[in-house]
Ligand binder design. Structure first.
Ligand code: R5P
Length: 323
């Protein structure tokens, strides 16, 4: 049922809607309030914002407002685990723990950007990936279900010891690109690595445009292009990936495309992690424009080349199915 339908349904339906929505609550910590507010507003609720106190040694204490009234409710806690990854991870775990203590019916952790998702395997031979352990932490604090958005790779879901829904909004991404390109003629989509291949192929099918795949090698944070598979004619290239972190992957591919004669190069990245100097590097690069989501609040990393798109509707679409 969509909220939009309800808004035309008159006073009686609005009251029914109120009762229907009373069954659940939306919570987001102060650091992730912007997205939380949008989600809560679309769900016709007031956002509950806990207090987060940090002590001199960096330890955190999370407390819920006294009037939070969570007993018997389905509670959606909205927060990405972006950098500073351990502060945000710990904050979220502490918040989920206090929510659990409040006698709720169910806890759904809505984590659009899930930090550690790339650690399905170790970066050193013989090492062990850590994403399964991180997922276990959420189970340990009583999370019943996790909702993520464009998780690094589909097989990571299998490493979770609880139900997990990973939203893969192919149609949304395709339509966004269509809206922002004056014409799709001359457009070529680009998968910057193997992990992005399937996603980019599906978007290219929806838009009926060609695509190229690059393969890369990674040594810790450093990446290098190994090969290019496919060829497509055009002047405009759009690199599509789940995230931009150090910017290494994106910038290598952007430079390679420029060398091949692409004049207008765009980036469409779901999660703008933008560690270190990535934002400045992208601003000074050959990228014409970057589109990133609000899964992570950019603050002073928001650069002129960057346009932020809103994912709250995507999250709400899934949340509505859970209540
Ligand atoms: C990795 O496979 C991901 O899909 C991204 O391509 C990668 O994490 C981006 O990282 P960076 O910006 O540091 O190259």
């Amino acid at each position: 049922m969509s909220r939009r339908n309800y808004s035309f349904a008159g006073f009686f339906s609005v009251n029914i809607l109120g009762m229907y929505y009373m069954n659940f609550k939306i919570i987001a910590p102060p650091s992730h309030q912007m997205l939380g507010q949008k989600v809560a507003q679309l769900m016709g609720q007031d956002l509950i914002v806990p207090q987060v106190q940090q002590f001199a040694d960096g330890e955190l204490e999370v407390t819920l407002p006294v009037d939070a009234d969570l007993k018997g409710k389905i509670v959606f806690v909205v927060q990405s685990t972006n950098p500073p990854v351990h502060d945000n991870l710990m904050q979220l775990l502490l918040l989920l723990d206090v929510v659990k203590q409040a006698g709720v019916q169910q806890i759904v952790a809505v984590i659009p950007y899930f930090g550690y998702a790339r650690h399905d395997k170790s970066s050193v031979p013989g090492g062990k990936g850590s994403v399964a352990m991180v997922a276990q932490l959420f189970k340990a604090v009583g999370v019943d279900k996790v909702i993520t958005l464009v998780l690094h790779a589909p097989h990571i879901k299998e490493l979770f010891a609880m139900p997990i829904i990973d939203i893969q909004p192919i149609e949304f991404m395709a339509q966004y690109i269509k809206k922002h390109m004056p014409s799709l003629k001359d457009v070529c989509l680009v998968a910057p690595d193997h992990g992005a291949h399937d996603r980019v192929k599906k978007i290219a099918q929806v838009l009926d445009v060609g695509y190229i795949l690059f393969t890369k090698e990674r040594m810790a944070d450093l990446t290098k292009i190994v090969a290019q598979i496919g060829f497509c004619q055009g002047t405009k290239a759009i690199i599509i990936d789940d995230m931009i972190d150090t910017g290494g992957t994106a910038l290598n591919v952007c430079n390679a495309l420029a060398e091949q004669g692409f004049t207008d190069i765009y980036g469409y990245f779901m999660h703008p992690v933008l560690s270190g100097y990535a934002a400045q590097m992208v601003q000074q690069s050959l990228f014409k424009h970057l589109y990133v989501s609000n899964s992570i609040e950019l603050g002073n990393k928001l650069m002129p080349k960057c346009e932020v798109f809103d994912i709250s509707e995507l999250l709400v679409e899934q949340i509505r199915k859970e209540v």
